[in-house]
Design a binder for this molecule. Sequence first.
Ligand SMILES: O=C(O)CCC(=O)C(=O)O
Length: 298
Amino acid sequence: MGRFKYTTGGGVLTEEQRQFYEDNGYILIRNNVSHALLDELKERFIDICEGRVDSGVMTVMKDPSLKYKGVKGEYLINKIQDFLFDDVLFKYCTYPAMVDVIESIIGPNITGAHSMLINKPPDSDPGASLHPMHQDLHYFPFRPAEKIAASWTAMERVDENNGCLYVVPGTHKGQLYEHTYPDGYKNKLYHGIHGLDHLKKVHVVMEKGDTVFFHPVLLHGSGPNSTKGFRKAISCHYADNNCYFIDVRGTSQERISTEIEALAAKKGFPAKFVEIWKAKSRLVRGVPGNFQNLESHL
Ligand SMILES: O=C(O)CCC(=O)C(=O)O
């Protein structure tokens, strides 16, 4: 093994940028998604929120603290997940300048595995809009971790006032922790890790179009939005087409798998955790692999 363990080369990252990712588990690339595309994505998001575009298989999540306060549309929806089959929102996941960075990290065979547009609302109940510290690998039944990477793009300026992302550098080299709901939790599926709040966080202040790429074991989260505006960001998790799938029964991930299976069944798609992940993924680049093979699971 050479000096690089968490990146593969190829793509566009310089040696220095790769080294930063290797050491810290994330890399911030300024101005790498065009404002024109971000404006188109925002318009699509609003069209979905307002019901002008059918949300189809996407998961549309309502802010729990605003649900019964008579607000509607963009002011009620705090997240849309699983938009890989929406050809407008999917443009984000295939945006060449972004996929080229992903290629430097996980290699040339790339699947879009998870997608989210997060519309963090003003903090109407204390802490309602924060996202507790967590690791994204907790949600994924595929491995290896170094063949998975997230992109997270600011759709407007984000800083500590409106709840920007924070990361704990270097923690990608550690273990996957047990996740549970925080005390008095508000948002479904926002699992978090207890007892690590003493760790030093780096708040990632970003301008519209900046993208942070990060490893799925990196500890991260986001604080409350104390402004009056809605903080928008868009994110995709990519995995190597040939990641292998694991059985999470009996592990710290069993609880999340049960919750996700129950939600899928409620939406009319009863399926096992691994099948759900395969079905909602979409090939982005390269030679198809395990993700595209719906026949064999484990
Ligand atoms: O956008 C945010 O506030 C946090 C998103 C995040 O960390 C996640 O959904 O995994």
